[in-house]
Each structure stands twice: as structure tokens, then as C-alpha cells.
Write a protein that binds this ligand. Structure first.
Ligand code: SF4
Length: 407
């Protein structure tokens, strides 16, 4: 896929406002809610249909894990106790009741020192929402809603196996506004089977009519193990080809930028001040604590993942045991590489003074002569304190990383 050269450079939006040392002692919290009404045909997330009766036992297990994680942070001398963001992801967190969401939030506030102005996001399926529920979760403390809208074309929503209709999206946004949400994200997909440029233009226009503060646009990836994978191999469906996807991306980027959105990461556009602070945690390689079945955590030079199966997760926590499945030590050099390369995948790039402050070594020292070689062939460019991929570099992202990586 080609990427537009018109990406606006948004450093003013994203310059670190706190010292990197503070940020490294802060954790973003992720809560995984693995329930869905039905499985969408393209989805390979760790989520399950047909286990809704497990919701309450799962919430109780999650409450236990939140408390255990808070104790762990306490024992670590308070490092990672402060939290700037909480993210309810899934799955379909909007399948929880208002009181279940409120209990989870209370547990986070009891176990961690959550910032007063923390960004607290809940992912929602527009087909599962009600006006009352949205008002309830807003009152409970959710201040950002992220909706999997995917398309405004009814036939394409059916193709994807989604349970909602285009009018459910519009209705849900109106209810969310009435409930007081001032930060809304809508997700859309492109490169779908039988999706034309005309479909895509109409979807984006309908999306802009709703004035969301944030938009995430993803091209369809056909993942192994999904019905789409089987159907693609049987020749029953074909995803949009690379050229069409590139055209769709460029069209969206130009349209959204002309409407005032900033393309701050390859797949993400935000009105000024509305970038996702939670997702920036991942792209800036900062600490996060993931709780729930299959959730990942990364802090203090280690990475952990939880058991994936909700039943096993519940059993372990009922026995007051940590649900850890795997762990990995992340060495200093690996952390430096990952920090640089995650940042270079974003539109703003790598903030060089922050890299130095984090590792007491400059990025130029870390990669040595290789930096000049890559800059010389025009794959990287420096703008003030930021280093980012050039337009050509973005097309050859992985090659740039291979050329830069220490042996
Ligand atoms: S609603 Fe989301 S998480 Fe659930 S099956 Fe569909 S895409 Fe996957």
C-alpha cells in the first residue's frame, strides 16, 4: 500500500509534557472483555460467542486480578501504581452492565492511583447499546467511547458478519452525545470484499457528518482460522487489491486532513487534542498492565501474557493464582530497538531528546554509521527534534528497520 505524502507533522500535538522518568513509572491499564454476541467473519481476537452466562464469574475474576496487580505495583515501591489511561477492550465491553463496568472502574481506582483527568475508554458495538446504558457508563466515569462502526453500507456490514445496521451507528452516536461524551472514536474498514471506492466515499462522508473526534481506518487483513480465510481459499470472497487499498487510504487521508483531522499514526486520525493517549502508550513503548483473559503486560524490562481461555482464567483467579501464561525478559538493547521502531511507525516519528533521556544514549550512538547510510538514501528525515520515515521510507518500512538494526 502506498501512503500519502501529505501527512501533517503533528509534533506540537504530541511533544512529551512529562519527563520520561515519570512516564516510565506510570502504567496504562487494559481490561480485556472477551464476550461477543456472535463472531464476525474476519475476527481473530481472543473473544468468544455463546459464553455470556460467564460474565459475572469473569468480572469477579477480573476484580481479583486488578487487586493483585495493584498489590504488585505497591510492592514495587509504588512504581507503575499511577495510571494515566484505562481501556476496556475486547471483545465487546458494551455487553457488560453499567454496574459491572462501575465495579471494574472502582477496583482500578482502589488498586491504582488513577489520574483525575485520566482517559478512560470503552470499546462498544453499536448493535449492543442503549441510551440508558450510555448515560450510565458516562456517569460511572467512562469519558471516551470507541465504536466498531466498520461501514455505513448495510450489505458490507452483513458480509462482515456484524450485528449492527448503519442506522444503529448514527443512533448510538446521538445517544452518546446526549449522554455527554465529548470524545468519540469510530473504526472503519477498507479493502473489503466487493467494496468499491463509491462505498468508501459514502462511508467516510456519513462518518464526517457525525463529527467524531477520532477515526481509526484499517485495511482488511484475512487472518488464518477465520471464516474469511476459508472463504478466500475457496474463492468465495476476495479482499480489495493493493492498488485499490492504496487509493482508499489516500482518499481518506486527504478528506480527513481537509476536515481538520491529523494523521498521527498510520491508521489513526484525530482532531487536535483528541489523539488516543492509551494507544500512544503502546507506540511510545511505555509501561502497560493488561488484565483479563489473554491480556499482555509490559513493564520493568519484562513482558507477560495471561492464559487465553476465559474458563481457565476464572479458575486460576478463584484459586488466588496469577493467570500468567508466558513471560519474557526484555534486554536494554531490545527495548531501545523497539522504542525506536515503534515510534518510527507513527506519523510523528521518534522524539530524539526523549530517547536520549530514557537510555542515556543518543539514537545516533545506538545505531552508529547505519543512521547516516539510511538518511543518505532518503529513507529517514529529521525535523527539529524528531526523526521520522520519509515518504519513501514509509513504503519500505521493514527494510529501513533491517538496515538500522544493530547486528
Ligand atoms: S464484535 Fe469485534 S471482537 Fe467481537 S467478533 Fe466482531 S470484530 Fe471480533
Amino acid at each position: 500500500m502506498t501512503i500519502s505524502s501529505t501527512i501533517q507533522f503533528p509534533q506540537a500535538l504530541l511533544e512529551p509534557t512529562e519527563s520520561i522518568q515519570h512516564l516510565l513509572e506510570t502504567a496504562s491499564l487494559y481490561l480485556h472483555i472477551p464476550f461477543c454476541h456472535t463472531r464476525c467473519y474476519y475476527c481473530d481476537f481472543n473473544t468468544y460467542a455463546g459464553i455470556l452466562p460467564l460474565r459475572e464469574p469473569y468480572i469477579r475474576a477480573l476484580l481479583t486480578e486488578i487487586a493483585l496487580a495493584g498489590e504488585m505495583a505497591q510492592h514495587a515501591g509504588g512504581v507503575w501504581r499511577r495510571s494515566r489511561t484505562i481501556f476496556f477492550g475486547g471483545g465487546t465491553p458494551s455487553l457488560l452492565s453499567v454496574s459491572q463496568i462501575a465495579r471494574l472502574l472502582d477496583a482500578c481506582h482502589n488498586a491504582f492511583a488513577v489520574d483525575e483527568d485520566a482517559e478512560i475508554t470503552l470499546e462498544a458495538n453499536p448493535g449492543t447499546l442503549s441510551q440508558q446504558q450510555l448515560a450510565g457508563i458516562r456517569t460511572a466515569g467512562i469519558n471516551r467511547l470507541s465504536m466498531g462502526a466498520q461501514s455505513f453500507d448495510a450489505a458490507l456490514l452483513k458480509t462482515l458478519g456484524r450485528i449492527h445496521s448503519p442506522s444503529d451507528i448514527t443512533q448510538a452516536v446521538h445517544w452518546a452525545r446526549a449522554a455527554g461524551f465529548t470524545s468519540l472514536n469510530l473504526d472503519f474498514m477498507f479493502g473489503l470484499p466487493d467494496q468499491t471506492m463509491q462505498h468508501w466515499r459514502e462511508t467516510l462522508n456519513c462518518a464526517l457528518d457525525l463529527h467524531p473526534e477520532h477515526l481509526s481506518l484499517y485495511s482488511l487483513i484475512i487472518e488464518e482460522g477465520t471464516p474469511f480465510y476459508t472463504w478466500a481459499h475457496e474463492g468465495r470472497i476476495t479482499a480489495g487489491d493493493d492498488d485499490l487499498c492504496a487509493d482508499m487510504y489516500e482518499y481518506a487521508d486527504e478528506l480527513l486532513q481537509s476536515a481538520g483531522y491529523i494523521n498521527y499514526e498510520i491508521s489513526n486520525w484525530a482532531l487536535p487534542g483528541h489523539h488516543s493517549r492509551h494507544n500512544l502508550t503502546y507506540w511510545q513503548n511505555l509501561p502497560y498492565i493488561g488484565m483479563g483473559a489473554g491480556a499482555y503486560s509490559s513493564f520493568g524490562g519484562q513482558r507477560f501474557s495471561n492464559v487465553r481461555e476465559p474458563q481457565q482464567y476464572i479458575r486460576l483467579l478463584n484459586a488466588q493464582r496469577l493467570p500468567e501464561a508466558e513471560s519474557e525478559i526484555v534486554g536494554r538493547e531490545q527495548e531501545m530497538s523497539e522504542t525506536a521502531f515503534l515510534a518510527l511507525r507513527t506519523a510523528m516519528g521518534l522524539h530524539l531528546p526523549t530517547f536520549y533521556a530514557r537510555f542515556t544514549q543518543s539514537f545516533a550512538q545506538f545505531v552508529g554509521d547505519r543512521l547516516q547510510l539510511v538518511e543518505k538514501v532518503g529513507l529517514l528525515e529529521q525535523a527539529g527534534e524528531w526523526l521520522r520515515l520519509s515518504k519513501r521510507g514509509r513504503l519500505l518500512g521493514n527494510e529501513v528497520f533491517l538496515r538500522l538494526l544493530p547486528d
